[in-house]
Design a binder for this molecule. Sequence first.
Ligand SMILES: [Zn+2]
Ligand SMILES: [Zn+2]
Length: 227
Amino acid sequence: MIDTAASGKVSLAPLAETEEMNPRSQRARAERMSVTPLGGGLYEVESQSDNTYFVDLLGGRCTCPDHMMRGVRCKHLRRVAIEINEGRAPPPGKEAVECARCQSVIFVDEKTAAAGPHYCDHCELQPGEPVVDRATGDLLVVVGMTDHRADQVEVPGRDCTVATYPANEGYPADDPVVEVLYPIPSGLRPEQVEARHVRRYSFPRSRLQRPERPGDQSELTDFREAE
Ligand SMILES: [Zn+2]
Ligand SMILES: [Zn+2]
């Protein structure tokens, strides 16, 4: 589990609108607190006054006196809800993990969080998705992302791995391996089918990019794929 509160206690930027006029909501936002997800919808909140409280978000409960004595929706409950709404903390049932490729923090189902690797939407390629081989410009179709790194996968018939395969030098050795197919050209007669039309090939993720759409600059801002 990644502690999304690793940077310590912070206050959140105030809302521009006078949307939250409740004083507890204002304190929930302005006071310096840290929120640490514990799993199962439980969150540990370290308050500005250095007290530690436990928030059960789904049950709407907090261990602080304000909630215990007065039964109100305290600033800790509100703070946890705010951090979830703003993507700073995982919602109940989710856990924060790092994308295995770019290390950005993503939220995954807490039941499968330990069974990585996990990838963010940008890094993960979906089965059936068209991709372009950056080295040749060939159009390929994704079969699936594997759980293996380029330096763990042998290239059949060659004394090397996907990472040390000559055409793959320059891509990260710990890149996830993606299985792809060359699309079979339409109208191909049986005698024209070559091995490359039926074989799966293993590529390092960084050698593949999504086809550029007009006006789509997303690949240019990818720090690992930018040239
Ligand atoms: Zn509380
Ligand atoms: Zn990523």
